[in-house]
Structure formats: C-alpha cells, structure tokens
Design a protein around this ligand. Structure first.
Ligand code: NAD
Length: 358
C-alpha cells in the first residue's frame, strides 16, 4: 500500500523518538512491500518559536490530507509561562478538535520481562492486556461552566456533564469493533447509580450491543468499582469503553501498572479521516538532547497506526512482537534499566530494526 504519514516531532525528546519510529516504519514498509511517504510538520513550542502559533495552518492542512499522523510530544519549560498568549498544548488540542478525534485509545499491556518495574506484585499484573476507549470531545470537560458569587459572599461553581445518544453510540461502536478483533469482551464503565448522564450512557451502550455486538461478552461496571478492579483483577478486562472524565482518571491509574511511561502508546481517532498516534509521555525536557529517551512507546504508537489507520494488522502484530522480543532479550534504555547495560535511543531503535529484519 501507499500511505502518506505526517510526522510531528514536536519538542524535547520528540525529535529523537520520532526519528527512531520513522526508521522502524521504513523497515516495516520494505519488509512487507509498502510505500510510506513521510512529511515532517511543526507543532507546539518549536512552531511558536518559528511561526508565532502552536499549530501553523500548513501543519493542519498536511494532517487533514494525510492517512495518519505520528506525534512525539510538545511542550517544555521554555513555553511554560502561565501568562503566555500561546502555549504548545493549544496546538495539540486544536489539532484534535479540527480533525474531530473523539475516541482516545490507550492500550495497557504488561511485559513479563518488566514485571519488576511495576509497583504491583507480579501475580496482579501478569497477563494484563486492556484497550481503553475514552470519549474525548464530550462530557463534563466540554459542558458549560460558570462561577458566581452568592449573596453571602461565598462562591458557587457549576460544570455541566452532557452526552448525546450519537456521541455515545459512535464510541461504543468503535470499542465493540475493536473487542471483536481481540478477545471478544467489552466492558462499559459509568456511574449510572448516581448520574442521569450515565443512565443514558448505559441504555445507549446496551442498545448498540444488542443491535450490533450480541456476539461479544458484554458487561457494565461502575467507575468506582473499576478503579479497584484495575488494581486487583485487571487481567479480567479486554476492551473498556467510558466517558471523558472517567477515562481520563482510569487510564492514568492504569498507566502506573507497567511502571514505565516509556512503553505506553495512545491513539486518537475520528469517524473517518486520519488518526493521531503518540506516546502517552510528554517531552521529557530533563533528558532531551541526551540521546537516552526510550523510543518504544512511539514505536508501539506506530504499530497502533499500522493497525487502526492503515489496516495493516499483520504488520502491527509483527512490530509489537518484535518489541516484546527485544524486552525479553534484556535490552533496556535507562528508564527501564535493571542494573545492566543501557542502550541509547538510537541503539534501542536499531534493536527493533534488527528484530524486524531477523
Ligand atoms: P514527561 O512524561 O515528559 O516526563 C516525566 C518523567 O518521565 C521524566 O523524568 C522523563 O524524563 C521521563 N520520561 C518520559 N518519557 C520518557 C521516555 N520516552 N524515555 C525515558 N524517560 C521518559 O512529563 P512532564 O515532565 O510532566 O512534562 C514535560 C513536558 O511535556 C511538559 O511541558 C508537559 O506539558 C508536556 N507534555 C506533553 C504531552 C504531549 O505532548 N502529549 C503529554 C504530557 C506532557
């Protein structure tokens, strides 16, 4: 296949990890007979410095015309002034909004070779392999908000939590399709015992499942219970779908389980058009420029891109398998080091390439 991929290196370690992901994708293309055309675009702090805006029009246009987008990370202390008129994160938020990326996918997979890095005992994390679908453009983060002073001088603040039938349907449908390609289990998380919005979420999710996904093993879990299950029986879950705020909290809780930020990818998808793939970590300014960042989260984000945007499922699985083999062989960057020799960003990228070529 021919695919146009926009690369957004961003700030901090972004350019270092994107360079490795690009090298890896070029080898995937050669090995499987595809042609990937890469265009590199500015976004974030570097775009503010060079163009005065966090999201230049050319970047937005290139992204809109692409098949998929791979992003490093944006931001850093240089652009952290709270009074600044433009901030790096605005570029990323605007890009997600312009491309109508309403579904945030976060896989949570444990690598047995890294069991020691987890804050949990091995028996709780072994075999954990969850794919979260967090709704990204609705719910309480996008409802109306207001703050008012009451007669007695105290204040009152309000945030509205809003979901519509169609917003719920489309993300449950995406999650259902993903569950069908995985282990066939779908869990919807809500707070239907308290919130009207969650009661709508639950009934719409049930209708979607009844109509189109009756082959799946489907259940519903309250968000407070889910927070506990993630710690004591995470391996029981396959695909989990939930709203914006619950997803925000649960995916961050989940990201602690593997014990390393450097291994976790994510994707943001819309109904059609390109998806945006990135590691969940930030621009790590404390190690930028040292050549020691772990590129594996970005390599795994590339695997998600092959799967979800380019339909190259075999290639995605092959890449994920190579990453697992590299870890099983004991290769480590400094962030996941176990006392042995540590590899540079480029050396880790090369291990993945060697695995693909081997
Ligand atoms: P961070 O994720 O950048 O770093 C947290 C810690 O993890 C640091 O010690 C860092 O060195 C380490 N780390 C992160 N990624 C690593 C990797 N691949 N290899 C090795 N070590 C790694 O979080 P932070 O320090 O809170 O944020 C730094 C900047 O990144 C901030 O400006 C923040 O706004 C931005 N940020 C951007 C995104 C994004 O672009 N999507 C996400 C989160 C944070």
């Amino acid at each position: 296949m021919d695919a146009n991929i926009v690369l957004i290196p961003g700030d901090g370690i972004g350019p270092e990890i994107i360079a490795e992901a690009q090298r890896v994708l070029e080898v995937v293309a050669t090995r499987f007979g595809h042609s990937f055309n890469f265009t590199s675009c500015p976004l974030g702090g570097n775009a503010i410095d060079n163009f005065g805006t966090a999201l230049p029009d050319e970047t937005l246009e290139a992204c809109g015309n692409s098949d998929s987008i791979l992003l490093g990370a944006v931001g850093g202390p240089k652009w952290d002034d709270p009074n600044a008129k433009v901030r790096p994160e605005q570029g990323l938020l605007k890009l997600r909004k312009e491309l109508a990326l309403f579904a945030n996918l976060r896989p949570l997979k444990m690598y047995s070779a890294l069991a020691e890095a987890s804050p949990l005992k091995p028996e709780y994390i072994e075999g954990v392999d969850i794919l979260f679908f967090r709704e990204l453009t609705g719910g309480i983060y996008f409802g109306e908000s207001k703050r008012e002073t009451l007669d007695d001088g105290s204040e009152r603040a309000v945030n509205e939590m809003v979901y519509t039938t169609s917003e719920i349907e489309r993300i449950v449908r995406l999650a259902g399709e993903a569950a069908r390609k995985r282990r066939g289990k779908l869990t919807s998380v809500d707070k239907a015992n308290v919130l009207e919005v969650s009661r709508l979420w639950r009934s719409v999710a049930q209708s979607v499942v009844d109509a189109d996904f009756s082959d799946l093993n489907y259940d519903v879990v309250l968000v407070d219970a889910m927070a506990m299950h993630l710690i004591n029986r995470a391996k029981d879950f396959d695909v989990v779908v939930t709203g914006n705020m619950f997803g925000d909290i649960l995916t961050d809780e989940g990201s602690m389980l593997p014990g390393s930020l450097g291994l976790l990818p994510s994707a943001s998808l819309g109904e059609s058009g390109p998806g945006l793939y990135e590691p969940i970590h930030g621009s790590a300014p404390d190690i930028a420029g040292q050549g020691i960042a772990n590129p594996l989260a970005t390599v795994l984000a590339s695997a998600m891109m092959l799967d979800h945007s380019l339909g190259l499922t075999d290639e995605a699985r092959a890449l994920e398998e190579v990453v697992e083999n590299v870890l099983n062989a004991g290769h480590r960057t400094a962030d996941i080091a176990d006392g042995g020799e540590t590899l540079s960003t480029v050396e880790m990228g090369q291990k993945v390439i060697d695995g693909l070529n081997g």
